[in-house]
Design a protein around this ligand. Structure first.
Ligand code: TXA
Ligand code: MG
Length: 327
């Protein structure tokens, strides 16, 4: 299953030739291009159907190369990189003048991350430069957590897909902006706000002036099937109401162990790491059933669930053409 040295070599050749290579990271699969090559980076936007103004994350081998991409590394950012890299943390820092506008969407900042997945690390080491990579899905769709998901999303829009199996985290990286003396949590991920604060001091939540993140569009991470968040206690009644009205629904459960006859139930379990790892796979599978609605059992408000709450809220907002709940 894991790519061999020859596959990594082939991937490096394609990147050098300005082609796109999808690769596994511990969070989700990325759609990679040579971050120093604006024409290659432009292909990412074309393949995804993503607006060009939305900046990309540059993937790096580690903290040693940070000064090539950021013109300044504020002290909290340095501490965060040392504590969490390689790992599921993206830092948004003042961009180095050499970073192409194609990567940053013309902003004065750049998103940087050193992934921990062994295949990503092998690719970065062999390539020897930064790889710009968004999640390897079509714009607005669910991020891919397996090589098959990438092929389903992008088909032959990508020259090569390195298969590293299922992503162990399953949710996109935590993004922290370190700009203008502030440390801001721009996107929740598996590294929690208190873990960040233990290392960097106070971490604020985004205000109105936060830089744009495309994951910040409410319509992101959406299955095509309308998705609705409900308290566990309300699911049984809602499935009965749906059946009575001739509507087919599926349930994505956290604690519920059963559903009424004829209702497909997918159980992700009560523990946030396993739930996060399985969430996008489950949404893809439920989306394929062709039911009219996916009912999702609400998750705790605890910070360990913050990233999941965020993605479910976006999925609910993005999937329901007719006024879905985003709780
Ligand atoms: O886990 C991840 O972060 C995955 C893997 C492949 O590394 N990547 C990922 O990339 O989720 P993408 O492009 O799907 O989401 C990255 C987010 C976007 O919302 C983008 O707008 C934001 O990061 N971002 C990138 N550079 C930024 C910048 N300079 N300022 C603010 N937001 C930025
Ligand atoms: Mg994405």
């Amino acid at each position: 299953m894991m790519p061999r040295a020859a596959d990594i070599e082939a991937a490096v050749g394609l990147l050098q030739a300005g082609e796109l290579v999808a690769f596994p990271t511990e969070t989700v699969y990325g759609l990679g291009a040579d971050a120093r090559n604006p024409a290659a980076v432009a292909r990412i936007f074309a393949a995804k159907g993503r607006p060009r103004s939305h900046p990309l994350i540059v993937h790096l081998s580690g903290t040693a190369v940070l000064p090539r991409w950021a013109r300044e590394v504020p002290a909290p950012a340095q501490r965060l990189a040392e504590a969490f890299w390689p790992g599921p943390l993206t830092l948004v820092l003042p961009r180095h003048a050499d970073v192409p506008d194609a990567v940053t969407g013309g902003q004065d900042s750049v998103g940087l991350r050193a992934p921990a997945h062994p295949v990503a690390r092998a690719l970065l080491a062999a390539f020897g430069n930064g790889i710009a990579a968004p999640s390897a899905n079509r714009y607005g769709r669910i991020s891919p957590t397996s090589a098959d998901d990438v092929r389903e999303e992008l088909g032959d829009r990508v020259a090569m897909v390195l298969d590293g199996g299922e992503c162990p985290v399953g949710l996109e990286s935590t993004i922290v902006g370190c700009l203008d003396g502030q440390v801001i949590l721009l996107r929740p991920g598996s590294i929690t706000r208190s873990q960040l604060e233990d290392v960097a001091g106070e971490v604020s939540l985004p205000g109105r002036a936060a830089p744009r993140t495309s994951g910040g569009d409410r319509s992101h991470y959406a299955p095509a099937t309308p998705l609705q968040l409900l308290a566990a206690a309300d699911i049984a009644a809602e499935t009965r109401r749906a059946s009575a009205g001739g509507e087919q629904v599926a349930v994505l459960a956290r604690t519920l162990a059963s559903a009424p006859p004829g209702v497909m139930l997918r159980q992700l379990g009560p523990e946030p790491a396993a739930y996060g790892r399985g969430l996008y796979r489950a949404l893809r599978e439920l989306d394929r059933l062709g039911v009219q609605r996916i009912l999702v059992e609400a998750v705790p408000e605890d910070e360990a669930w913050a990233a999941i709450t965020d993605r479910l809220g976006r999925a609910a907002a993005g999937s329901v053409a007719s006024g879905g709940e985003a709780t």
